[in-house]
Structure formats: C-alpha cells, structure tokens
Design a protein around this ligand. Structure first.
Ligand SMILES: C[S@@+](CC[C@H](N)C(=O)[O-])C[C@H]1O[C@@H](n2cnc3c(N)ncnc32)[C@H](O)[C@@H]1O
Length: 488
C-alpha cells in the first residue's frame, strides 16, 4: 500500500500562532505528527539493521530521536520497532534502499504505519520561530554570542515579537545562554558601545569569552567587544615575534594586546574608555601577562606621543634628553619591529596625523613603526582597497602606493567593508625635521607628495603647536618599499 508522499504526509497539528504577537510562549502547542513506516522486529534482531551503512541509510536519522523504539502495541511480545526515514512511504518498502528491504525480508519484519510525535524540544530555535512568527516577519538567524549573552539586531517588524524570540533563543541555547540583548541603535558614541536592551533573562552583563588562547572578562554594556574580529586579532598577533613590540592605541579590553603578550611580545595597550581600561588591566592579570603588558587610559594621540617622547634620566618626558620609552623597550626586547594597532575603524585614519614628526633624533633610531590602521569604506565596484589607501595617504600627506598593504577584514553591512591599511611610517612623515636618521632612509624633510586637504590640516596644526613643518614636494618621490609591507 502506497502512503501519500512525504510532503503531504506531514500532518502539522501544531498551533502556529501567526498573530497577534504574543509575549507568552505556549510550548505545549508546538507539536507535529510525522507519519512513518516502522518495521516490527524481534528485539534481539534489531542489531542487524544497525550494522550495515547501506541498511542504516534507510532508517530515521533525526537529532535527539532514537530509530529503534519500544513496541507499545505489543508489550511483552519481545519485539521492537525500527523506524524508517520519512522518504520511505510504502509498506512494501519499494522506496527503501535495497539492502534494507532485503534485510527486512530475511528477518521476517512486519512493516506497519507509525506516527512520530514531535514536541517543542525536538525543534531548533529557527524551526520554532518559523512556525510562530507571522508571515512576512523574518526569523532572526544571525546573532553573536558573548559568553552567556546572545546579541540580536532585531528589525522593526520583529520588535513586537521580541519577547517571544528571546524566550525561544534562551530555551534553545540554554543553559549556556542566560541573557538576550537587542541592539537599540547603531553605535555612535566614542567608546563604540552600542545602546542595548535586555529582552530576556539575566541582567548581569559581565561575560567571559575565550579568544585566541586567552580568557577575557568584560561588561558587555560598558565596553566594546566583537567576537567576529577573532580572525583579525589572530592575523595581527601572528605577525609578531618576541623581539617585537606591540603598541595598541585603541586596545579595548585587550584582544590584540593579551594574546600578543602571551606570545612573549612586549605590549603597550591603551584605551580612552575608563571601563575598557579597567577590563584591559583585569584581563592582563587574568591571563598572567603583567610582566609584558602595560595598560593606560589616555587619548590615543597623547598616549603615542608620550611613548615616543625623549625621556629624562628620572623617567619623565622632557624634550631633547634620552631615548623614548618605546625605544628603550624595543632595545630590551631585542631590537625587533614596533607594530602599532589602530582599531577604531570609524575614525582611526584621522589619528594618523600623530605620526607627523613624531620621531626625534636620539629618542628613536632605525626603521619607523609598522602601522595597522583600520577603517570602513563604502566605495563601490571593488574600489574599497584603493579608497582606504588613498584616505590614509591623504592624512599622512604622502603617497602610500607601492608601500602599503590593504587587507579586507569583513563586510559589516551590505556595501560597507572594514579594512586594515598596513604600512611602515614613511621617513618623510615620521622624522621630525632636522632629526638624524640613524638607520633611516634619506632626507625626509623635502620628500612627500602634494599634501591632500587632510595633510594640509595636519601641517597647519603642527605649525600652530610650534613644530617645524616639512615642506611637501609636488611630485611623488620614489621611496623604497618598507620591509614588512609588500605594496600592492
Ligand atoms: C572598535 S573598538 C576596538 C577595540 C579593540 N582594539 C578590539 O579590536 O576589539 C575601538 C576602541 O577605541 C577606543 N577609543 C575611542 N576613542 C579613543 C581615543 N581617542 N583614544 C583611545 N582610545 C579610543 C574605544 O573606547 C574602543 O574601545
């Protein structure tokens, strides 16, 4: 006897409340009856159906569901039921794999109709929400988890159903997940912390995450954290050798800094957000890298200028005397490369002006630092890489063509990319006018391309601050590509 095809045989008895939106989740209403074919088999012969993969291919294969179940219609008869895949639709088993049909015949199995009853626990969050949300309301599928917290970005039409959505997410991802928060608005504040509301669960926003071999603790509503940057953090950390130094100007709670220090790299990490700074210090201690990581809470420009300022004998910063803190640390580490991370993509490019004339004779020697500066770009038609490079160059006031790399980190929105521009601070930008270039390259003062609008502003400010601003040439000089950055 042929039973109707699978699609028609799915008898949905669940109460799929399409509307109105309900804050109360009736779990008992989420059921489904699936007609199957079962084989009645003596209990001791059930193993025959499990040993061979060709036979097993015809058996029910559903998460959390057994394919051999008690034979409730014949208690005490010593038989069990072997449940077949929903695709097997007839009692003659003509739609079953040949091996299964042959085994059933050999063992004298009786084929019979069976109804598999699914309950709330059998469905995934996606399946439940597909049933509960009204037509036209998309099921939220992409969300981030931060320790025990799920963070969703609900759309306008999903908001009336937020309580329901959050409850299902808690049910399906618990007990590990205890809280669901919704982003209320795009990030617009300086510390890159987005406004959020708790839509279900525990209001405790102190979370613990693991990334790149380190443990991080944080207060999600007070600091910036993005689990999707793990690969980017790992990419930068992998560039570092123990003889190198990492200067993280916008360090957040330490996802570059802590793994770098764990790798044996001397780290200077800074963040302007006092909460981030506290968690950064906490994470440095938690991961036992206090010996290598120094944290501070300053504006990024102030921080970098302090590290690069010549030091007096007693350690204070005073013009004209002694090596900078950064140079001293670099010598101690083994004279490797200094990497500067600037991950504040909304505005990090603007901070590049800090490198103008930052390095002075005596306070620095050798190759200038390698900068990894992040930005967003909405440039169309594959122009984002050139756009990022050109904007960085405009702030520096020199061309970066042939001496920078641009890495696409991720797409943050349709037609908006996050990118990382990597380059060695060009000599003609970094060296203060008149500074000796021990190990440096050529006279920086006269080099450089025609300043872009931004470069001009930088010069104006430097002049205001009493600095001697190098003249900019009107043509791009041929500059050697810096060691680490093969230009594209
Ligand atoms: C996008 S987050 C990146 C944090 C971390 N580097 C990461 O990869 O997760 C940018 C960080 O820059 C910090 N920040 C914003 N303005 C700053 C400034 N002027 N100086 C230093 N840090 C700043 C914010 O507090 C925030 O933690």
């Amino acid at each position: 006897m042929r039973v109707a095809c699978f699609a028609r045989r799915l008898v949905a008895t669940m109460a799929a409340m399409a509307s109105p939106p309900s804050a109360v989740l009736d779990r008992s209403a989420i059921t489904e009856a699936i007609p199957l074919i079962a084989l009645r088999v003596p209990a001791k012969k059930c193993g025959k159906f499990l040993g061979d993969s060709k036979i097993k291919a015809g058996l029910l294969n559903m998460p959390r569901r057994r394919n051999i179940v008690p034979d409730d219609a014949q208690p005490g008869a010593g038989t069990k039921l072997v449940l077949l895949r929903p695709e097997v639709t007839d009692l003659e088993l003509s739609s079953a794999p040949d091996a299964l049909r042959a085994c059933a015949r050999e063992e004298g199995a009786e084929a019979l109709a069976y109804t598999l009853r699914l309950e709330y626990a059998d469905f995934t969050a996606d399946q439940v929400l597909r049933r509960l949300l009204p037509a036209g309301v998309e099921v939220p599928t992409a969300f981030e988890t931060i320790g025990h917290i799920i963070h969703v970005n609900l759309r306008e039409e999903q908001l009336p159903h937020k309580a329901l959505i959050a409850q299902v997410l808690l049910d399906k991802h618990g007990p590990r997940i205890r809280s669901v928060v919704n982003k209320l608005d795009s990030i617009s504040n300086q510390f890159r912390v987005f406004p959020m509301e708790l839509i279900a669960g525990d209001p405790d926003m102190r979370a613990e995450v693991r990334q790149n071999g380190c443990v991080f603790q944080l207060r999600y509503d007070a600091v910036y954290w993005n689990s999707r940057l793990e690969a980017e953090h790992a990419r930068i950390v992998a560039l570092l050798r123990p003889v190198d130094i990492l200067v993280d100007m916008m360090a957040g709670i330490g996802p570059f800094a802590v793994p770098a220090a764990k790798r044996g790299v001397r780290v200077f990490a800074n963040d302007l957000n006092p909460a981030s700074f506290e968690w950064l210090e906490h994470n440095v201690r938690l991961n036992r890298v206090e010996r290598l990581a120094t944290s501070s809470c300053e504006d990024a420009r102030v921080f970098l200028r302090r590290l690069c300022a010549p030091r007096t004998m007693d350690g204070g910063a005073a013009e004209g005397a002694g090596a900078s803190e950064l140079l001293v640390a670099r010598r101690k580490a083994g004279d490797g490369r200094v990497h500067v991370a600037m991950n504040l993509p909304a505005s990090a490019l603007e901070f590049l002006d800090v490198f103008s004339g930052l390095f002075r004779e005596g306070a620095w020697h050798g190759e200038l630092p390698t900068v990894h500066c992040y930005c967003f770009s909405k440039a169309k038609d594959g122009a984002a890489i050139d756009d990022a490079r050109a904007r960085a160059a405009a702030v520096l006031g020199v061309s970066l063509d042939g001496r920078s790399e641009v890495h696409v980190v991720r797409d943050v929105a349709p037609s908006k990319l996050m990118l990382c521009v990597t380059f060695v601070v060009p000599d003609e930008v970094g060296w203060a006018r008149g500074a000796a270039r021990a190990g440096g390259r050529g006279d920086a003062g006269a080099a450089g391309v025609e300043a872009g609008a931004h470069g001009g502003e930088v010069d104006a400010r430097r002049a205001e601050e009493g600095e001697t601003v190098p003249k900019r040439a009107r043509t791009a000089p041929e500059l050697s590509a810096p060691g680490a950055c093969t230009g594209r």
